[in-house]
Design a protein around this ligand. Structure first.
Ligand SMILES: Cc1cc2nc3c(=O)[nH]c(=O)nc-3n(C[C@H](O)[C@H](O)[C@H](O)COP(=O)(O)O)c2cc1C
Length: 364
């Protein structure tokens, strides 16, 4: 059904409009009384072998939705009903901002890839916090998906103000986030990825950690950092060492890449222009970065794998390479609403054979 809808309608729309239409459908379905719970019964992971205990949380399955799809937490109930074990909302910034001019999302159907330069279009961290608070108090019919919040830097804020900007967002979301991710790896905010160098990253992560502790004194909010696949290997190692040193809970590897390797239509590449590439062309490097992180600090950090995960085999490969949790975005766009539940189900046998993945709760 999704294939037909994609072929007849979504493929003909500009990529961002198709995304908005698909997301509106998911939200509309979730708003029909009883439908979200019915979908959840059908699609959400229920096999005990899939459960993952990590970051002090109980995930119903290892596969979650990566940041950027639901930046403002407008559809978490519907998305969780489709079978994602957790939803990462954001990237949000301290100030609301419109993002880059359109068009800013481009399909590469032959490779099932996307290039985007959205530029953190979002309603701001305060609006997100209010929405998540309302969601929590409404009860969601007794169901509450695990929601991570990804924070980034407001575009108009200069580098000198970056720490204060992240700290503002961290304070705002501390009470409503199951975990927080510092995003320093999007290629679409000028200068953002420079914050990955250890001399800049150390004070930034330390300040965000302190802000979370101050804003949420009774519950320690797990903190992770999301890195780019374009980092040199030595820098990947340095971020892993820093994360351990600062007592971070984990690393998400990876964000999109500025490379265009693996895309064959050079005219379409030129037409799309700058931005981050996601989907299968990113897979090999994302796996390499994950393996590196695992060798360096896999026993001390929760590793969340993202980048080109499309099949159950891809998912298994990341789990075998040291990931505790997985995230995807682009495959969901190409394969549709039944994809997360399908991958999650086909992981059940694998999860059972390696034992339920557990990591200790973070220290208080
Ligand atoms: C259109 C689009 C928007 C994205 N926006 C964000 C974002 O706001 N924050 C972020 O950390 N990652 C963002 N990402 C990156 C994804 O979260 C993910 O790390 C990346 O796409 C690799 O996974 P995939 O190959 O499964 O898509 C975005 C990706 C896409 C395709």
């Amino acid at each position: 059904m999704y294939r037909a809808l994609y072929a007849v309608l979504l493929r003909r729309l500009p990529a961002e409009a198709a995304h908005r239409a698909g997301f509106a459908l998911i939200r509309a379905a979730a708003a029909v009384p009883g439908l979200a719970s019915a979908l959840r019964l059908l699609m959400a992971p229920r096999d005990a072998a899939l459960r993952v205990r990590a970051l002090g949380l109980d995930f119903p399955g290892p596969l979650g939705l990566a940041a950027g799809f639901d930046k403002d937490a407008e559809g978490v109930a519907g998305l969780a009903a489709l079978g994602f074990g957790f939803i990462e909302v954001g990237t949000v910034t301290a100030q609301p901002q419109p993002g880059n001019p359109k068009p800013r999302m481009f399909r590469f159907p032959a490779e099932r890839a996307l290039v985007n330069r959205m530029g953190f279009n979002n309603h701001g961290a305060a609006a997100l916090a209010a929405r998540l608070r309302a969601l929590r108090s409404s009860g969601g019919g007794g169901f509450r998906p695990i929601i991570g919040v990804n924070i980034g830097k407001t575009k108009v804020v200069p580098e000198e103000g970056a720490i204060a900007d992240y700290v503002t967002s961290a304070r705002l979301v501390a009470g409503v986030a199951d975990y927080v991710v510092v995003n320093v790896s999007s290629p679409n905010t000028p200068g953002l990825r420079d914050l990955q160098s250890v001399d800049k990253l150390r004070p930034l992560l330390a300040a965000v950690r302190a802000a979370l502790d101050e804003a949420s004194p009774r519950r320690r909010v797990p903190l992770l950092v999301k890195i780019a696949p374009d980092l040199a290997d030595a820098d990947v190692d340095a971020v892993a060492d820093l994360a351990v040193d600062l007592g971070l809970d984990g690393i998400i590897a990876t964000n999109t890449t500025i490379s265009r390797a693996g895309l064959h239509d050079s005219a379409a590449v030129a037409d799309a222009g700058p931005g981050g590439l996601s989907g299968p062309p990113l897979k090999a490097r994302a796996l390499e970065v994950l393996r590196r992180l695992n060798d360096r600090a896999g026993d001390r950090l929760v590793l969340i794998a993202a980048g080109g995960i499309e099949t159950a085999d891809d998912a298994r490969e990341r789990l075998a390479a040291g990931a505790t949790l997985l995230q995807a975005y682009t495959a969901f766009i190409y394969h549709g609403p039944f994809w997360p539940g399908r991958v999650q189900r086909s992981l059940a046998g694998f999860a059972a054979s390696r034992g339920t993945a557990t990591t200790p709760a973070p220290p208080r």
